[in-house]
Design a protein. Sequence first.
Length: 209
Amino acid sequence: MGKVHLMEHPLIQHKLTIIRDVNTGPKEFRELVGEIATLMAYEVTKDLPLEEVEVQTPIATAKAKVISGKKIAIVPILRAGLVMADGIMKLIPAAKMGHIGLYRDPDSLKPVEYYCKLPADIEEREMILVDPMLATGGSASAAIDFVKQRGSNHIRLVCLIAAPEGIEQVQKDHPDVDIYVAAIDDHLNSQGYIIPGLGDAGDRLFGTK
């Protein structure tokens, strides 16, 4: 079973509190979401394998370490995942980026795909799938399906806030995927929103209704 990693670093928790606040406007919200994603990426990538190399410093030859093994791809679920992906790219600028477009049908609450474009060599890459909210888990689970169907079995899901229902759904559908979150909230309401959550992440990121 994939693990659930709850990131309780003080900087992450402080910034998360600000983006929960209804009075935080789109500009500050976007900046903070990117900053939180950058901080989370530090933990998400802490177990990447290293190999030893030699480099020439201005003084002498040094033995040092570089990341070995699989390369990385960052895949935001559109549109809300874009800002998180940008935050992680600041830490891993050599990563490739894919995009998965999903929306949630307001009646059935089921995910509907409208776009999926991934790097051609995803089977060689560690995939970091990002979406601010893990609510019902339907969209995240569907996105993981799309990535697996195209040849990747090395996937990590990174979200800001999760509901227990969403975690349960992803673990049921994809028990091999680790989930990284900054908060696990109480429950979903009848409309499928996380309580207390932070509202609609896409609307708050981009100033839409």
